[in-house]
Design a protein around this ligand. Structure first.
Ligand code: 5GP
Length: 112
């Protein structure tokens, strides 16, 4: 069993509230939401950082995010994408991921 919490979510070893899944990507509701809508989007292939993730996987994640923001009804009022990397970037889970935040007027700080 993997130590990576997101790998365990991907493999259905622990429960999550999934909102999207395809062959390369899973998206689920954040367990500790920072906004009315807070979704975490992860590639199924575990990679630690954005800058180490293959371009084709990043492109697939971006394509999935475009679908998710439409499905979540976020496009009219807007949303925020956040990708934290490393210690200075505030990354707490060592599996590259993007946060989608929205569903309310967000503050000016950039955390996600
Ligand atoms: P980071 O700080 O690494 O950018 O974001 C990690 C995010 O994963 C946090 O917002 C945190 O709440 C979320 N998270 C951590 N563990 C779990 C979990 O077990 N389930 C879900 N759904 N989200 C998690």
């Amino acid at each position: 069993m993997s130590d990576c919490i997101f790998c365990r979510i991907i493999n259905n070893e622990i429960p999550s509230n999934k909102v999207y899944e395809d062959e390369h990507v899973v998206a689920f509701k954040d367990i500790d939401p920072l906004a009315a809508v807070h979704i975490v989007v992860v590639p199924k292939t575990c990679c630690l950082h954005f800058h180490k993730t293959e371009d084709n996987i990043l492109a697939h994640i971006m394509s999935a995010i475009k679908k998710i923001v439409v499905e979540q009804d976020l496009v009219d009022k807007g949303y925020r994408l956040v990708n934290n990397n490393g210690i200075d970037g505030g990354q707490t889970v060592d599996h590259v991921h993007f946060h989608i935040l929205g569903g309310e007027k967000l503050g000016s700080n950039l955390t996600g």
